[in-house]
Ligand binder design. Sequence first.
Ligand code: NAD
Length: 462
Amino acid sequence: DTVPANVKVGTVAAKSKGAPNLYGSFIHSAPGAFLASKLGLPQPAELRRYKAGEPALPGPVLLGGKGRLAEPIRALLTDYTIADSLESGTKYGALVFDATGIDSIEKLEQLFEFFQPAMRNIAPSGRVVVLGSTPELVGSVDEQIAQRALEGFTRSVAKELLRGATAQLVYVHPEAGSSATGVESTLRFLLSAKSAFVDGQVIRVGKAESVAPASWDKPLAGKVAVVTGAARGIGATIAEVFARDGATVIVADIPAAGEALSETANKVGATALALDVTAPDAAERLAEFATERFGGIDIVVHNAGITRDKLLANMDEGRWNSVINVNLAAPHRITSGLVAKGVLKEGGRVIDVSSIAGIAGNRGQTNYGASKAGVIGMVDAEAPLLSEKGITINAVAPGFIETAMTAAIPVGTREAGRLMSSLLQGGQTVDVAETIAYFASPASNAVSGNVVRVCGQSLIGA
Ligand code: NAD
């Protein structure tokens, strides 16, 4: 490590598996913290992350708003401490506002009335969640305008929050049942430390009812999950989180990564499969392997991905094709193959891995940007088709995550990548994995067609 022995390394730096976090280490050192407070430099907070047995939130939930969801939510979140009125001395673990009653521009004032006095009462790593009705589906022009306004409000709140607190908007289908069970998995994810690096996001929840798992700590019990590119990095952590959540996990990676793949498999108690996702018979091999050993597949995560960066003017065909093939063509072909064979079962889950480079574009990444934007197209196009079979498809779009991939970025760009976000730091692989586990949950059956960025509200592509 390049951090000098006399500098006290902060947790943010100590936790990162990638390259040394120069700014993070400096700002958490005694002289760094002193200088930062004098100069008003941004200070990344240590984000609260999930630990079994710890409370979901760092304080009670303040619940407001008079829409159709507030009372059902109170009935669902019985294990949370819920308060109805603001106490000036209290730090809340979350502010949850049911904005579904806002059906006109005038009523937007309700946001101001609820949030303005409470903004200084949010605990470190606290949560703001605004619940609305999907604007395109509501009854009137006035209501559509008002509901769409929630997005700008929530994203701006996210940019104002300090000390690791985050804000998200959840749009719920106007025809969702009166008990709103379909929204529970989303709320429990957002109102927990599992969503540490998800910030300023909009999630859409459909009208289907959901059944709570026997245990929210083991939501994937009895499920068979496949994770591609799982030898290392984000994929290895997805396998670990899936196993923690009770799934039987198959980890797949290219034969050349065999040693690392076996290590990951042993560490998390998974079964290893040497598989190049671009092989023409990849879907067949995976289907056969999973069917023979486990009787089928419930969850598939297309995590395998590569970069082959060059300015387009200097790019060769090999770089172009390999990135499109691994990142886009392979996941599309494998999903289609598994569905056609019925190996991906009724109630199945497909989770793709996009990137903020697929949203914003990135210099030197025309191939990668195309592939990762194509992944978003895949989610859009396949969601309605798969829903007929009770299968959901969603994607995560990671921002700057501390892995071997980002450690290879030149130092200046790397430090900028970490700092240019509302949370002022890079994310950990576990942050991406927790978001994927939320999509994978059987209780997320009403969640399909979403792309959720795991980027700390990165300014890139915002
Ligand atoms: P990584 O390079 O550490 O791991 C990728 C894994 O995929 C490797 O183990 C590799 O062997 C495997 N792989 C490559 N080609 C394969 C193939 N043809 N068949 C099977 N496996 C193959 O990368 P990572 O940072 O963990 O990234 C994982 C995913 O997240 C990728 O899709 C990447 O594009 C995406 N992503 C990462 C970041 C980040 O900041 N690290 C940001 C945005 C998106």
